[in-house]
Design a protein around this ligand. Structure first.
Ligand SMILES: [Zn+2]
Length: 85
């Protein structure tokens, strides 16, 4: 699992651009119907380090800047990965 920031470092494109590309990558991965290679795009949600709140329902892929519960700004980065089913 990698955060957008880490992917950005790996492929040398801006973090903002990584976030723009991710929905397309997610669609491409889930759309692959090859029976031998069933891949799935997975998102590990951000979590607040202050109170443990998990941003499960967040549709946007960008790491949230602040916790809605305790207002802490210490949020783990949203991480992404591709896994075989
Ligand atoms: Zn919190």
């Amino acid at each position: 699992m990698l955060s957008a920031r880490e992917i950005s470092g790996e492929v040398r494109i801006k973090e903002k651009d990584v976030l723009e590309h991710l929905p397309h990558i997610a669609r491409t991965v889930s759309g692959s119907r090859d029976k031998d290679e069933k891949m799935r795009f997975i998102v590990e949600p951000s979590r607040c380090l202050g109170c443990g709140f998990v941003f499960k329902k967040r549709e946007r892929l960008k790491t949230p800047s602040r916790c809605p519960v305790c207002k802490s700004e210490e949020i783990t980065e949203t991480r992404f990965g591709i896994t075989e089913e």
